[in-house]
Write a protein that binds this ligand. Structure first.
Ligand SMILES: NC(=O)c1ccc[n+]([C@@H]2O[C@H](COP(=O)([O-])OP(=O)(O)OC[C@H]3O[C@@H](n4cnc5c(N)ncnc54)[C@H](OP(=O)(O)O)[C@@H]3O)[C@@H](O)[C@H]2O)c1
Length: 281
């Protein structure tokens, strides 16, 4: 099996490296193309055997599965380029949330899946969000999930919930890192503790908390109850957080969904600017 990657930026290269390092793929099974070809050459010198494709059509021609890892604004260009070579047996996987499966199925004749990865997949952890088009067969789904299982927990989600599931699984690491950065900054400012020490403590805490909530059998509510004994210090601090963060997450969801809608409109206009009506989703 040969797996192609179009776009080896942040997420394309993260997927390639994680799939090789986890043993899911040998470098020889990978072919990749990127607008700036030097990025693929860099990966090939790091992972000898990885094939550098000089064009996106070469990647498509030589692959059984192709991961499309470019930004939404680049989709039209790439789809036009590869349309002729994307034969019916090929599985094309988009990793981009604001490009709908129906957009892709109407642009290409191959099988279409959407899998939204997360930076956490780099350390073979976190979820990958799987959505399948109408041409995907059971064996295709199993093949994709077996591949993603080496670096993540593949979860099938409804495309209707692409944005909110991506917020949680994909944007979440950035949000939590921001939260900890702010907390560590305040700790340094308020107490004079060494920044590196505070940062290390916070990161170890996050790892342990994640384990308790996934392997340790705790729910989010149970974990708070277990730590925050009535009348104690944690309970006081939780009360403050509850008051101060009132409405923040609703606003956060509002912002991510507004940007998603904007991107959807742009992609749709690029792909179907000859049509009058925007598709329902
Ligand atoms: N970053 C994440 O954590 C994450 C998580 C889940 C999903 N995603 C999705 O993944 C997609 C890519 O994000 P990213 O963070 O990897 O962006 P990125 O770092 O900008 O990578 C995009 C890559 O696509 C290449 N490219 C652009 N046009 C191309 C073309 N016509 N042919 C071949 N390659 C082309 C770019 O090449 P150049 O080197 O020339 O710029 C760049 O290397 C986005 O839609 C994003 O929503 C990202």
């Amino acid at each position: 099996m040969k797996v192609g990657f179009i776009g080896t930026g942040s997420m394309g290269s993260t997927l390639i490296e994680a799939l090789i390092q986890s043993g899911a793929l040998e470098p020889e099974q990978i072919i990749a193309s990127n607008r700036t070809i030097q990025k693929v050459h860099n990966l090939a010198s790091q992972y000898p055997g990885l094939q550098v494709a000089l064009s996106n059509t070469e990647t498509v021609e030589q692959s059984d599965i192709v991961f499309l890892c470019v930004k939404p604004s680049e989709f039209k260009h790439v789809l036009d380029e590869i349309a002729e070579k994307a034969h019916a047996a090929l599985i094309l996987v988009s990793i981009t949330s604001p490009v709908l499966i129906k957009h892709l199925e109407s642009s290409l004749k191959c099988k279409i899946a959407k899998i939204i990865p997360s930076i956490t997949n780099y350390v073979w952890s976190g979820a990958s969000l799987c959505m399948y088009g109408s041409r995907i067969q059971t064996e295709d789904r199993l093949l994709l999930e077996q591949l993603m299982m080496a670096i993540s927990r593949p979860l099938q989600v409804s495309e209707q919930f692409t944005r909110i599931t991506s917020d949680l699984a994909s944007c979440g690491p950035a949000f939590l890192a921001f939260f900890l950065q702010k907390w560590v900054g305040a700790a340094v400012e308020e107490t004079g503790i060494d920044r590196e020490e505070a940062s290390r403590l916070a990161c170890e805490m996050l790892l342990g908390t994640g384990k308790l909530l996934t392997e340790g059998g705790f729910t989010l509510e149970q974990l708070q109850q277990r730590v925050a004994v009535p009348g104690g210090i944690t309970a006081e601090a939780l009360r403050l957080l509850n008051d101060e963060l009132e409405g923040v997450f609703q606003k956060l969801i509002g912002v991510t969904h507004a940007k998603y809608e904007e991107d959807l409109e742009k992609v749709h206009a690029q792909l179907f600017d000859h049509e009058i009506n925007r598709p329902q989703y």
